[in-house]
Write a protein that binds this ligand. Structure first.
Ligand code: SF4
Ligand code: F3S
Length: 106
């Protein structure tokens, strides 16, 4: 499966959503999560994310491994997002921040 990681928090550009052939992105207030049971490993979303938030599960950096379980958990309760929407306000500012897990809203 593929995994959305920290860079997405408070950015949520959603370019990834448009290319997903199986609509497995689920939307929270300021983050998207991939449902590991729906992702077919097509890889298309990786190149779309302007902040490089998406990794193959095996390639998730060591300091972001907790996002594997977070995607699995959050995607089960959040609604599916199937089309690109506007990024969050200040997304370009938050894109420069690397330590923002405490800003994740559920
Ligand atoms: Fe969707 Fe493909 Fe990305 Fe999985 S790898 S989330 S199937 S676009
Ligand atoms: Fe998030 Fe990148 Fe998609 S910022 S919403 S993973 S395009």
């Amino acid at each position: 499966t593929y995994v959305v990681t920290e860079s997405c928090i408070k950015c949520k550009y959603t370019d990834c959503v448009d290319v997903c052939p199986v609509d497995c992105f689920h939307e929270g207030p300021n983050f998207l999560a991939i449902d590991p049971d729906e992702c077919i490993d097509c890889t298309l979303c990786v190149a779309e994310c302007p902040v490089e938030a998406i990794y193959a599960e095996d390639d998730v950096p060591d300091n972001q491994r907790h996002f594997i379980a977070l995607n699995a958990e959050l995607s089960k309760t959040w609604k599916t997002l199937t089309e690109k929407i506007d990024a969050l306000p200040d997304a370009d500012e938050w894109a420069k921040v690397t330590d923002k897990l405490d800003k994740l809203e559920r």
